[in-house]
Design a protein around this ligand. Structure first.
Ligand code: DX5
Ligand code: ZN
Length: 218
């Protein structure tokens, strides 16, 4: 039986020269979702890709696309990402002027709605919206780059999210992103993380199947 833990490889550390093959490889290796890191050079100091590439990724796989927007004013681009085939669209609370409006627009366009918190942003910021979320993404590095070290001070926030989920019967997945390797995966899972995002730990490994298995079973 497949464990409850989901693994979402972030293509940020894949070889973009052969993105299709990379996606097929993680798909065969047991990935549950494909995590797409969209960065605009404003909300974070890095630039990656937008809806055009997400649309191509969608044609390459039947796995759900877990699209992590690290962009200012995400409201403006929700429709484009829906059309590109995003299944879960996650915005940063710090980038939204009206999170309620953003969440309802994402849902009205048929996607699952996620909200992400930078390591320093407290859970209190999103408390009023938790009941409406399908996914809560807790960043364990400062968003922007792959290959950074896990910030363990976010673990109490993961625990708090899990406690609230149980108490109030909320439905969101608790996802953690940044610096995940077998060691930190274990800590994150223990705290309550249900979806593990990993770029380096998977795409820099020789054997993707083994890397995914090690994270899932950590
Ligand atoms: C960082 C991104 C992450 C990143 C994770 O801003 O949101 O998804 O790709 O990379 P690793 O797993 O290498 O820390
Ligand atoms: Zn991410």
């Amino acid at each position: 039986m497949k464990s409850k833990i989901k693994i979402a490889p972030s293509i940020l550390s894949s070889d973009f020269r052969k993105l299709y093959d990379e996606i097929k490889k993680v798909e065969k290796a047991g990935a549950d979702w494909i995590h797409c890191d969209v960065m605009d050079g404003h909300f974070v100091d890095n630039l990656t890709f937008g809806p055009v590439v997400v649309e191509a990724i969608n044609r390459a796989t039947r796995l759900p696309l877990d699209v992590h927007l690290m962009i200012e004013n995400p409201l403006k681009y929700i429709k484009e990402f829906a059309q590109a085939g995003a299944d879960i669209l996650t915005v940063h609370v710090e980038a939204c002027r009206n999170l309620r409006q953003v969440i309802s627009k994402i849902k009205n366009l048929g996607m699952k709605a996620g909200c992400s918190l930078r390591p320093k942003t407290p859970l209190a910021k999103v408390k009023p919206y938790l009941k409406d979320l399908d996914l809560l993404l807790i960043m364990s590095v400062n968003p922007g780059f792959a290959g950074q070290s896990f910030i363990s001070s976010v673990l109490p926030k993961v625990k708090e999210a899990k406690k609230l989920k149980q108490e109030k019967k909320y439905k969101y997945y608790i996802e953690i992103d940044g610096g995940i390797n077998p060691k930190t995966a274990k800590l994150a899972k223990k705290a309550g993380a249900e979806v593990l995002v990993a770029a380096s730990a998977i795409f820099k490994a020789k054997d993707y199947r083994r890397a995914i298995k090690e994270l899932r079973e950590a």
